[in-house]
Design a protein around this ligand. Sequence first.
Ligand code: IPE
Ligand code: IPE
Ligand code: MG
Length: 247
Amino acid sequence: MASESLDKIRLSGDVPNHVAIIMDGNGRWAKQKGFPRQVGHREGMKSVRETIEGAAEAGINILTLFAFSTENWNRPRKEVASLMSLLRYYARKERDSLKHQGVEVHVLGEIERFDDQTREAVDLIVRGTKGGQSLRLNLMISYGGREEILRSVRTLAEQVDQGELTVDDIDEDALRKTLFTVNLPDPDLLIRTSGEYRISNFMLWQIAYTELHITPVLWPDFSREHLFEAVLDYQRRDRRFGLVGTS
Ligand code: IPE
Ligand code: IPE
Ligand code: MG
């Protein structure tokens, strides 16, 4: 798709390798239009499709989407059920097209909490897209940053207990290897939609030096142009990582 912003992104050259998105605002989008919240979630799937295509066009290599948090399990049962059913629908419907686009899907989170049907659907999309070369897509589902770190701490403690590791071996690298994200590079850019200035338990370890872009756009209205705007915003940043700046 021809786009002025895409041209500008390419001219600048410094495209973020890894972009993560907190996809928020489905419920408010639906409410504004007088629909039940589920309609907002369904509509949000179009934005997922749009964003994946846009990410590939912009030359982003890794896209991480926060779709369902640990805390979201505590929403009303009906809403949780409808989100799980949407996930199964998405996995079955999009698998072939994602494979065709060269997207390799990974699902990160406490998937053991899913029911059998949902786990099978997730398995299918992961296995069916393995080897995709154009974009790595991480769907963060049943994911919480604190739980992720807690699991790592337990794993490392077990390894020490078993004599596989000493306390001195526990460094950033050792911890990183036990996270859901394992060897993935940290996100360069984190986008949150719906105008909320908070992290909501997302990738607490990984976003230490990630650039943040908050947009008031509600997730179902998010298009590839909004993604390109976020990338352009990122390209104007001076990333210092605690060192002395270049400008
Ligand atoms: C984001 O939209 C999707 C999920 C968290 C599953 P919300 O459902 O949080 O929508 P708002 O924030 O209530 O508008
Ligand atoms: C964050 O959104 C989780 C996802 C987008 C999946 P929430 O809607 O759950 O977060 P809060 O409640 O606004 O902090
Ligand atoms: Mg929300």
